[in-house]
Design a protein around this ligand. Structure first.
Ligand code: G3H
Ligand code: 13P
Ligand code: ZN
Length: 334
């Protein structure tokens, strides 16, 4: 039996993004795979009264079970109210939907937003697939994120990656013909904790730390000029905090030369038409750092609640930091 997100207290992204673009901030889109991540996200959003997007990837659906994750997200709305957030502004979003069928199944079972990621397809095929999803989704007032341009993989040369940047000359045609509600673009971000190779970075002479090349703000500004006020999305936007990486490495981990997107650049992007910023890896790092440290300090502990409590607290601290200091979405969903 089909269920509408409206009956679950969720919202779509339309009004949320319009406000974010007008207000010069971005809405956080946090991925979740488990209860502790979801608790931390909802606590952080409720305490800061920030609109929030709960993202479920194909991998998350496989890991945790699609049905279970959906009901967890539904429970999240009630949990937010219990925490004192009277009118929670929570979106349940499919991250990187790969087929029409996956998008349809999410729309039919309570998602308020879906991404159809046709970025690896030839241009016309990306348009055809995105349009098909939009036509179905809009019947139910579900919003659709599309993607144009390919995010760099870790093997790509940064210069070569320029050829994968979104081509600003295509965005008007793409947005008009597909009818998508938001557009993910490629300006140099990428997924994971290794966004650039050491060769692509310079080294800070004082700290010896890697400094990544800047994002292609010129591409972002050209896209904004072509589509004024249109909601733009940035994937691959974890900052890979050095302190978390150091904690992991100091307690038996091995993440050499992990590097992310500097927060100042995300802050700048959030002030533009970028109204959704995707963060997953930073949550993984915060969780892993806390657990590794705990195991080192308390070798006798074996009750998962003992090590998942600091893990959850550390993720919550990171989510609040992003909301307050990077995306600027605090207090935007009072
Ligand atoms: O875009 C990728 C997200 O970080 C989700 O990752 O597919 O491993 O769940 P995943
Ligand atoms: P990160 O790997 O940078 O956290 O990106 C997550 C993402 O884009 C999810 O779609
Ligand atoms: Zn992504």
């Amino acid at each position: 039996m089909s269920v509408s997100y409206k009956d679950l207290g969720l919202v779509n992204t339309r009004e949320m993004f319009a406000k974010a673009v007008a207000g010069g901030y971005a809405v956080p889109a946090f991925n979740f795979n488990n209860m502790e991540q979801l608790q931390a996200i909802i606590q952080a959003a409720s305490e800061t009264k920030s609109p929030v997007i709960l993202q479920v990837s194909k991998g998350a659906r496989k890991y945790a079970n699609a049905t279970l994750l959906r009901y967890m997200a539904e429970g999240a709305v009630e949990y937010a109210k219990e925490l004192g957030w009277e009118k929670p502004q929570i979106v349940l979003h499919l991250d990187h939907g790969d087929t029409f069928e996956t998008c349809k199944s999410c729309i039919d079972t309570g998602f308020s937003s879906v991404m159809i990621d046709g970025s690896s397809l030839p241009y016309e095929e990306n348009i055809a697939l995105t349009k098909k999803v939009v036509e179905y989704a809009h019947q139910f007032d579900v919003t659709v994120e599309a993607e144009l341009g390919v995010l760099a993989g870790v093997e790509d040369e940064v210069c070569a990656a320029e050829s994968h940047y979104t081509k600003p000359e295509e965005v008007i045609d793409f947005a008009t013909r597909t009818g998508c509600d938001s557009l993910a673009i490629s300006i140099g971000t990428s997924h994971g904790a290794y966004k650039f190779t050491p060769e692509q970075c310079t080294r800070d002479p004082k700290t010896g730390k890697l400094v990544p090349p800047p994002l292609a703000f010129d591409v972002l500004h050209e896209v904004e000029a072509k589509l004024p006020g249109f909601p733009i999305v940035l994937h691959g936007s974890s900052s890979v905090p050095q302190d978390e990486v150091d904690t992991i490495n100091a307690h038996g981990g091995k993440l050499p030369d992990a590097v992310g997107i500097p927060e100042e650049q995300l802050r700048e992007a959030a002030k533009s038409a970028v109204c959704k910023i995707n963060i997953d890896s930073d949550s993984r790092l915060a969780m892993t750092a806390a657990i590794r440290k705990h195991f080192d300090e308390f070798p006798g502990h074996f009750d998962p609640r003992q090590y998942l409590t600091p893990a959850r607290d550390n993720m919550k601290k990171m989510y609040i930091h992003k909301i307050v200091n990077v995306l600027g979405s605090e207090g935007k969903a009072e």
